[in-house]
Design a protein around this ligand. Structure first.
Ligand SMILES: [Zn+2]
Length: 108
């Protein structure tokens, strides 16, 4: 299966001006292929795939959306922060190990 071009020329009638716009990035649930429609202005998906949506407005709605968009929970802000702290600690330990000569020098 070849990947469709990202940009596509759309025109609704032959006498109308051509518009080069990004193609909708949504995948069809039925055919499992990329949607062929033009994406909505300033959006990555077409009007049928949520391009006209303005998103949640209220704080309650944004919270509900954030909870609903949790796909697997393997990557959360807390886990990322913990990993970042651990990597920082590891770097400090590696520097200490380098200074006291814990690691043998690499041969070139
Ligand atoms: Zn679409």
């Amino acid at each position: 299966m070849t990947k469709a071009p990202y940009l596509k020329i759309f025109r609704s009638a032959p006498d109308q001006l051509q518009r080069v716009v990004p193609r909708c990035q949504a995948l069809s649930r039925r055919t499992k292929l990329q949607c062929g429609a033009a994406s909505a202005k300033g959006k990555r998906v077409c009007k049928w795939h949520g391009g006209l949506s303005t998103g949640p407005k209220t704080a309650q709605g944004r919270q509900r959306c954030a909870e609903a968009k949790t796909i697997h929970g393997n990557e959360t802000r807390a886990i990322r922060a913990r990993r970042s702290t651990l990597v920082r600690e590891l770097r400090v330990l590696a520097e200490i190990g380098e200074t006291i000569g814990l690691f043998p020098k690499k041969r070139v």
